[in-house]
Design a protein around this ligand. Structure first.
Ligand code: GLC
Length: 838
C-alpha cells in the first residue's frame, strides 16, 4: 500500500500569467491554474506538485477550452499581491481572487461575490481531492444529472459513478453521472439596502470521470463539500444571473444535443422483447389499425443470435431488411439495441475481429477482463481508444445494412455481474462486479493504460460517440438517432437518454418529473422515462395517467419487461386506449412546438422540459413545485400522478393563464383546484401565447392535412384584459426537412409570429419568413381562443367578412363556439392580422 498523506497547499510562492490568459499559481505543495472563458466561464485546475498533467478534458472531444485575455490587477506600487489576500485576475465581467496564505479562490461576477472555495486538500497514495464551495443559506440545488428523489437536492449526499441500478426512491448513484449542479439563490424575502434584489444563480461542473461525492449543504448549510477519487481537480464555474444563463453557458462548454430527426419525437413502442418478426409486425399493425400515433418500434435483445451483438437470430428474424422496409412503408422506424459486452466465443466473428485488434479491455496483469451479461461471459471494448471506436462503428454494418434506423445503447455503465443463476428464461444475476483490476487506455498518454475506475464515467459517452459515428458514416446526410442508458456530461452530443429500469408504480410516475427536470437542466434535452414502467405489471389506470404525461416527455417511449403483462396503448382495454390515443394525438398536434423547442435546445441549451422556477425565477413558490412542468415557455403541464385521483391542485405562477383548448382564464400566483377525470390532463397556457400546432398524423412522416395551425391564447372576452394593459409574446415556427443535416447549411425556415394584446384589440404579426428552406405557400388557420365576440377582423388593413369560411376564399373568419377561427394564406411574406372587439 502506498503511504497516504493529506496535504494542504502551503503559501503562494509564485504567480505568472501565461500567454496573457492563464494564471498559473504555485504554492508550496500545490499548483493551480485559473482562466476565464470569453463568456465568463471560469476554469480552475489544481493538483499536488508543481505541474499539471496534460488536459484530459479535451480527450472527451468537445471544443478545446479557450481562455480569454485576462489581466492581473496591480496596486499603485505595481505589486500584484493584494496584501495577504492574494492575487486578482480579471477578464470581462469576471474577477478571480487566488489566496496568498494558502490556496483558495473567490469568483466575482459583475462585481458580486458568486462563489468561494476556501481551499482544497489532496491526498497522496490513494488518489483523492477534497474541497468545498460556498453557497448562501437560501441556495437551492438542481441538476446533478440523473438522480432519484426530490427536485431540490439541498441536504442530500450524492455520488457520481455510473451504475446499473433499480430505480428505487433515493437509490444513488444511477446510470448517468453528470457532476454538474445549478445553485439558485432566490432574491425574494431578502432586503438589500443598496443593491436591488435579484435572483442569483451559478453552476459548477466538477469535470471528474472517476467517482465523486457531493455533500449538498448537508453537513454545512452554507457549502457544498466535494470529494473526488482523483489526484487533480478540474472545475468550471458558470455565472448566471438567471438559471437559463447558467444552463446556456454550461451547455456551450460541454456541447448541446443536435436536433434529432423528427421521427425520434414521435411515440416509440418497445418491449423486452418483440422477439420475432411476427411479433413486431403484429404490434405495428395493431397500432396503425387502432390509430395510435407511433413512429418507432424497438428491438430488444432477443433479435440477436444468443445475445451476440451485431448478429440476427435468423429463425425468428429471417429477413430483417424486408421487415425494416415494410415497417418503414407503414411509417415506422426500427431501433435496435446494442450492448457493449461481446460474447466470448471463438466462432463469433465480432469477438474474433475484436480480439485480433486487441480491442478489449484487459486486467492489470494483461489477461482479458470478462464479465457476465446476457450472453454469458463477455469482454468489453475499450472505447477510450479512437481505433476501437472506429472498429465498433464498422461492426454496425450488420444492423445498418438491413436498414435499422436508430441504435439503443444499453448496459453501458458498463453493467454486468459476477455470476448468474439461470432457470430457463429467468436469470438471477449476482450483481457484484469487481472492476479493481480492469484497465483502459489512458486518454492522454498513448499506449499507456490506467485503472478503469479513473475513467469509468466516460465509458458510455465514448461508446455512444462510436455509435453515432457509425450512423453518420453509413448515412452522412441523415441525422442519427442514438438512445443511451448511461452517460457523462455532454452525452447529449451523441445520444438521447432514458432513465433506465423504473417500475410500474405510481411513485415512479411521479418521480419521473423531478428526475427528468434535473436531467434536462444538466444538458440532456432529449430525455424520457419508460412509459408505464419497466418492471412489474402496469394497471390500466396507471398506464392511462403515465401516457398522458409521457406523451409530453421530450422523448416518449413505452417500454416494459418480459415478466410483466403486455404493455402498449392497446393492451388495457377501450377506455385506456382512448386516453392513449388522445395523449399521443396531442403530441402529434404539438409537434411543431416541440420540434421548435428542440431546435432552441440546440441553439441555447434551454431544454423543452423546465421546472417552474426556470421560467419564474423570482417567484418563491415555484421552487417547491415538483409535480408540474413547463413544456417550453408557454405550456404548464400538471399531470395526475396519484391513484384514483380525479381532481388536482395546480399551482399557477404569477401572470395570466388559460386552460388549454377550453380557454377559460385564470389569474396566477395561486393554486387552483381542477377536475381531472381519467380522460383529462390538466394543461394550462401562459397568456398571451401563440402555439405552433398541426393536425393529427399517425406518424411524423405523414403529411398533416394542416401543417400549421396557430393556437392563439389572447382572449378578447369582455373584461379579460381590463386594467392589465397591453401584453405581447412572440413565437417562432421552425421548419426544415425533418431528417437531413441540410439545416446546418441554412436549409431551415423560421416564421416569427408576434402577438400583441390590448383592451379590445389583438394584433398578430406574421413576420417575413427567414432561412433558405423552401416552404410552399399554404393556407394557415389561426384559432383565437375565447375571441368569438370579435367585431372586426382585418388582414393587412383589409376587412375579412365575419362568418366567411374556407370555401369562400383564402381569407376567412368565423366564430367557432367561444373561439374565433380565421384563415389566411402564408407565402413567406409579412402579414398583419388585427382582431377588434367593439
Ligand atoms: C436492461 C434495460 C432494459 C432492457 C433490458 C434487456 O434492463 O434497462 O430497458 O429491456 O436490459 O435488454
Amino acid at each position: 500500500m502506498p503511504s497516504r498523506a493529506v496535504l494542504e497547499s502551503g503559501r503562494l510562492v509564485s504567480a505568472t500569467l501565461a500567454e496573457g490568459r492563464r494564471l498559473v499559481a504555485r504554492y508550496e505543495r500545490t499548483v493551480a491554474e485559473c482562466s476565464i472563458g470569453a463568456d465568463g466561464v471560469v476554469r480552475l485546475r489544481a493538483a499536488l506538485g508543481n505541474a499539471l498533467a496534460a488536459d484530459a478534458s479535451e480527450a472527451i472531444g468537445r471544443d478545446p477550452w479557450k481562455p480569454a485575455p485576462a489581466e492581473i490587477l496591480r496596486h499603485g506600487d505595481g505589486s500584484p499581491v493584494d496584501g495577504d489576500d492574494g492575487i486578482r485576475l480579471r477578464s470581462g465581467p469576471v474577477d478571480l481572487l487566488l489566496g496568498a496564505r494558502s490556496f483558495s479562490l473567490v469568483v466575482f461576477f459583475e462585481g458580486r461575490r458568486l462563489v468561494e472555495m476556501p481551499g482544497a486538500t489532496f491526498a497522496t497514495g490513494a488518489a483523492s481531492c477534497r474541497f468545498s464551495l460556498s453557497c448562501s443559506k437560501r441556495s437551492r440545488f438542481f441538476g446533478f444529472g440523473e438522480k432519484a428523489g426530490s427536485l431540490d437536492k439541498r441536504g442530500q449526499v450524492l455520488a457520481m459513478r455510473t451504475r446499473d441500478a433499480d430505480l428505487r426512491h433515493g437509490d444513488d448513484p444511477l446510470y448517468v453521472s453528470i457532476p454538474f449542479f445549478l445553485a439558485v439563490a432566490p432574491s425574494f424575502g431578502v432586503v438589500h439596502s443598496h443593491a436591488p434584489a435579484r435572483t442569483e444563480s451559478h453552476g459548477v461542473l466538477v469535470d471528474c470521470f472517476a467517482t465523486s461525492r457531493f455533500d449538498v449543504a448537508r453537513s454545512d448549510a452554507e457549502s457544498v463539500a466535494v470529494d473526488l477519487d482523483a489526484e487533480a481537480l478540474d472545475l468550471f464555474v458558470f455565472p448566471g444571473p438567471a438559471p437559463a444563463d447558467v444552463v446556456r453557458r454550461f451547455t456551450a462548454l460541454v456541447g448541446r444535443g443536435p436536433l434529432p430527426p423528427r421521427w425520434a419525437l414521435g411515440h416509440h413502442q418497445s418491449r423486452w422483447s418483440y422477439a420475432s418478426e411476427r411479433a413486431v409486425r403484429s404490434i405495428a399493425a395493431k397500432l396503425r389499425e387502432r390509430s395510435i400515433p407511433t413512429d418507432a418500434i424497438h428491438l430488444d435483445i432477443d433479435y440477436m443470435d444468443g445475445f451476440r451483438v451485431f448478429t440476427w437470430n435468423r429463425r425468428r428474424f429471417p429477413d430483417p431488411a424486408t421487415l425494416v422496409r415494410d415497417l418503414r412503408e407503414n411509417g415506422f422506424r426500427t431501433v435496435a439495441i446494442v450492448d457493449p459486452g461481446v460474447k466470448v466465443d471463438e466462432e463469433y466473428a465480432t469477438y474474433r475481429r475484436g480480439l485480433a485488434r486487441g480491442a478489449f479491455c484487459r486486467r492489470r496483469d494483461g489477461s482479458l477482463y470478462t464479465l457476465r451479461v446476457w450472453p454469458g461471459e463477455t469482454v468489453l471494448p475499450d472505447f477510450q481508444r479512437a481505433d476501437v471506436r472506429q472498429w465498433w462503428a464498422e461492426e454496425h454494418d450488420a444492423l445498418l445494412e438491413p436498414g435499422i434506423d436508430g441504435i439503443w445503447n444499453d448496459m453501458n455503465e458498463p453493467a454486468g455481474w459476477a455470476a448468474d443463476l439461470r432457470f430457463g428464461k429467468l436469470l438471477l444475476p449476482y450483481r457484484k462486479q469487481d472492476t479493481r483490476e480492469l484497465e483502459q487506455a489512458d486518454p492522454v498518454a498513448e499506449g499507456r493504460s490506467l485503472p478503469h475506475e479513473k475513467v469509468r464515467n466516460l465509458y458510455a459517452l465514448q461508446e455512444c460517440r462510436a455509435t453515432r459515428a457509425a450512423l453518420e458514416a453509413a448515412r452522412p446526410e441523415l441525422r442519427p438517432f442514438v438512445l443511451t442508458r448511461s452517460g457523462y456530461a455532454g452525452i447529449q452530443r451523441f445520444a438521447a437518454v432514458w432513465t433506465g429500469d423504473n417500475a410500474s408504480r405510481w411513485r415512479d410516475l411521479g418521480r419521473s418529473i423531478p428526475m427528468l427536470l434535473n436531467l434536462s437542466l444538466s444538458g440532456v434535452a432529449l430525455c424520457g422515462a419508460d412509459i408505464g414502467g419497466f418492471s412489474m405489471s402496469c394497471s390500466a389506470e396507471l398506464y392511462a395517467r403515465w401516457i398522458q404525461l409521457g406523451a409530453l416527455y421530450p422523448f416518449a417511449r413505452t417500454h416494459s419487461m418480459w415478466l410483466g403483462r403486455r404493455q402498449d396503448p392497446t393492451a388495457f382495454g377501450a377506455r385506456t386506449e382512448a386516453v392513449a390515443r388522445a395523449a399521443l394525438s396531442l403530441r402529434m398536434r404539438l409537434l411543431p412546438y416541440l420540434y421548435g423547442l428542440l431546435r432552441e435546445a440546440e441553439l441555447t441549451g434551454t431544454p423543452p422540459w423546465r421546472p417552474l422556477f426556470f421560467e419564474f425565477p423570482d417567484d418563491a413558490a415555484s421552487y417547491d413545485i415538483e409535480d408540474q412542468v413547463m413544456l417550453g415557455p408557454s405550456l404548464l403541464v400538471a399531470p395526475v400522478v396519484e391513484k384514483g385521483s380525479e381532481r388536482r391542485s395546480v399551482y399557477l405562477p404569477p401572470g395570466n393563464w388559460a386552460a388549454f383548448e377550453e380557454g377559460s382564464l385564470y389569474e396566477g400566483g395561486c393554486r387552483v383546484d381542477v377536475a381531472a377525470p381519467l380522460e383529462k390532463l390538466p394543461l394550462f397556457v401562459r397568456t398571451p401565447a401563440v402555439l405552433a400546432t398541426q393536425s393529427v398524423v399517425q406518424h411524423t412522416g405523414e403529411r398533416p392535412a394542416e401543417p400549421l395551425v396557430l393556437d392563439v391564447y389572447a382572449p378578447l372576452e369582455r373584461g379579460a384584459y381590463e386594467g392589465r394593459g397591453a401584453s405581447a409574446c412572440t413565437a417562432d415556427v421552425y421548419e426544415d426537412d425533418g431528417e437531413t443535416t441540410a439545416y446546418r447549411q441554412g436549409a431551415w425556415a423560421l416564421t416569427r409570429v408576434r402577438c400583441e394584446t390590448a383592451p379590445a384589440t389583438v394584433r398578430l404579426d406574421v413576420e417575413a419568413r427567414r432561412g433558405a428552406f423552401a416552404v410552399a405557400a399554404r393556407p394557415v388557420r389561426a384559432v383565437l381562443r375565447r375571441a368569438a365576440e370579435a367585431a372586426a377582423v382585418l388582414c393587412d388593413g383589409r376587412e375579412i367578412p365575419l362568418g366567411s369560411s374556407p370555401e369562400s376564399g383564402a381569407l376567412w373568419a368565423r366564430p367557432s363556439g367561444r373561439d374565433l377561427e380565421l384563415g389566411f394564406l402564408c407565402d413567406g411574406k409579412a402579414l398583419r392580422l388585427v382582431v377588434e372587439w367593439e
